[in-house]
Design a protein around this ligand. Sequence first.
Ligand code: SF4
Length: 365
Amino acid sequence: MQIYFLNHAMMVYTKAMKREKTRQTKIGTILIGGQNKVLIQSMCKHKTSDIDLVVEEINECAKLGADLMRVAVLDEADALAIKTIVSKISIPLVADIHFDARLALLAIENGVQKVRLNPGNIKDENMIKEVVLSAKKHGVVIRVGANSGSLNSDVDALPISLAEKLVLSAKKQIDILEKYDFRDIVVSIKASNIKETIAAYRLASEIFPYPLHIGITEAGPKDISLVRSVAGLSPLLLEGIGDTIRISITGDARDEVLAAKRLLHDCELYANYPTLISCPTCGRTQVDVRPLGEKIFTYLEENSIPLSVAVMGCVVNGPGEAKSADIGIAGGKGQYIIFKKGKLIKKMSEDEAYDTMINEIKSML
Ligand code: SF4
């Protein structure tokens, strides 16, 4: 019975962790889909024609780990700005366009590598055809999809679930692109409700062969978005669903990138990143754990050091956690002890703790 249970659990675990295989395509110089890594993306918060601000924002996000960045294209000035922006950044750029197909054509001519488009809100099919042919000629990927906030009224009136409505809406858009033999497609299905999002992406991953852009739309300010996004996206990532991710935050784009990176790391989909284990502290704590943990994690993150590091407040759970990490520090009365690979190696005063830990971490690299 016990053996059956273990075998069954292993089968479920192995199935859950396997990445879904989607059609591989190329955005600029990077690959998306297939078994490639889950790409991290965010969206610029500045107006695209404010070129210097946009370039600075993109380069900062790229430094933090963004694989691609999206800009909103509202007018001709935004579309024309793309030419200068792409010459000053090192990651692919996505143009987000609604209603006006001429802007999509202009963005493509100015060097954008991916266009987010909603063929459903471009009325003239000849214009859609022109965009598709231009995208094909320039090797540009098109992202289509559906958002719970902008469902077409015919689909919305159907007696089916929101997840089915979202997938059906996306299917209609994909049909338009496939009609012109276009296959370099990324699909997104966005809802702000996590259960509906999970159901819709599960369905989409069974129906569409294309890479999926996953995210919870309009997820709110940082603290709220982080909880909602993790709740909605972790089940998908752990089931192998998702080829690119955006954490939507009413706030800084850099926070979106860091949050995506941390979530992927915790789902074991992003390797080059530290794991911090730190205790919540309690009345037993006799050292100042919080600033020490924050300073150590900042150092590890800024230097992309993929070690697991424990920062613990006392000797109850401290040494145990500190022992099982690559390196750990546990507090006592005004002092700390350091464990490395499970062995106690040093005892020091609180003042010496940060520098001693950093030196020990450096010696492990
Ligand atoms: S490790 Fe010690 S100080 Fe930290 S929460 Fe647990 S008991 Fe409290």
